[in-house]
Design a binder for this molecule. Structure first.
Ligand SMILES: [Zn+2]
Ligand SMILES: [Zn+2]
Length: 283
């Protein structure tokens, strides 16, 4: 069956029903051949088969693909929709979790709490001022459902890296639009000292705010600096970055805003300059 182009209003209307969401979720755990009508019917708890048929047929062509052999599977749009549901985008708001990092604060030796609240993750030493909250990051609530505290750190790190990597490539992971990168000093947006990087999607408006040092962790020269000192920046948890490396960011110019971040580890240091539009230079 051919796919049908629909606009966003129609898409929302199509899935505004519990039975339809149940049908979509039932199709997540299938092999590439999809499910036969009978198998799909058995997985969805709807007594009325007329209702089931009606809802299934409404989804075919947009969120569900029906093969020539008569099996059903999710289209890319269906997969993304179910992914959003499982990420907890629509129903898991209000999750709260607190745990501490394995590594102590390098300044005071105290334990460092990680707090997840209201879809934001924040981390920082509450005792000393030299290592304060550097990361306040939106995290999908559904991640907490399938991970205990130990696993959560790995999940957070993978999520953080994926977001940052996409941002460096100007890709919006929300809508596949283009991100515009800019430096900003607007400290009403974050709870750490600026300047920092703002990545804003030209299409959906989603905005990602990150410190300059996090934005720069994909720079080959930065990775190389860490590698020379036995630190694997590619695999270590990014939220432990401030524990192994001193970074200082200074404003070089105010108009256009230009900043320089110094990465220092052991007796070596590397200066990276970042311009207003995210362009970087190694010095
Ligand atoms: Zn401390
Ligand atoms: Zn977007």
């Amino acid at each position: 069956m051919s796919r049908t182009a629909i606009d966003a209003d129609e898409a929302f209307a199509l899935v505004s029903d519990g039975t339809r969401l149940s049908i979509l979720r039932a199709l997540t755990d299938t092999d590439s051949d999809g499910l036969s009508f009978g198998d799909l019917r058995a997985r969805v708890d709807v007594a009325d088969s007329g209702q089931f048929n009606y809802h299934l047929n409404r989804l075919v062509g947009t969120f569900i693909r029906k093969s020539n052999g008569g099996t059903y599977s999710l289209t890319t749009a269906g997969n993304r929709l179910v992914g959003a549901v499982l990420r907890g985008v629509y129903h898991d708001q209000g999750e709260h979790r607190e745990f501490t990092l394995d590594a102590p604060c390098p300044n005071c030796g105290g334990s460092i709490p990680v707090i997840y609240d209201d879809e934001q993750l924040s981390i920082g030493c509450p005792e000393c001022e030299s290592f304060t909250a550097e990361i306040t990051f939106p995290l999908p609530p559904g991640m907490l459902r399938v991970r205990d505290d130990d696993e959560l750190l790995d999940g957070i790190d993978a999520w953080l890296r994926a977001q940052l990597r996409a941002a460096v490539g100007s890709l919006c992971l929300n809508c596949a639009g283009t991100l515009t990168v800019s430096l900003t000093n607007d400290t009403t947006l974050v709870d750490f000292e600026g300047p920092f990087v703002e990545c804003r999607c030209d299409r959906c408006g989603r905005t990602l705010l990150t410190s300059i040092s996090e934005y720069l962790v994909f720079e080959p020269a930065v990775i190389g600096l860490f590698h020379n000192h036995g630190v694997d920046l590619v695999r270590m948890p990014l939220i432990e970055l401030p524990l192994v490396c001193n970074t200082t960011t200074t404003v070089v110019e105010t108009d256009p805003l230009t900043a320089r971040t110094r990465f220092a580890i052991a007796d070596e240091q590397l200066d990276v300059t970042i311009e207003d539009d995210g362009t970087t230079h190694i010095e």
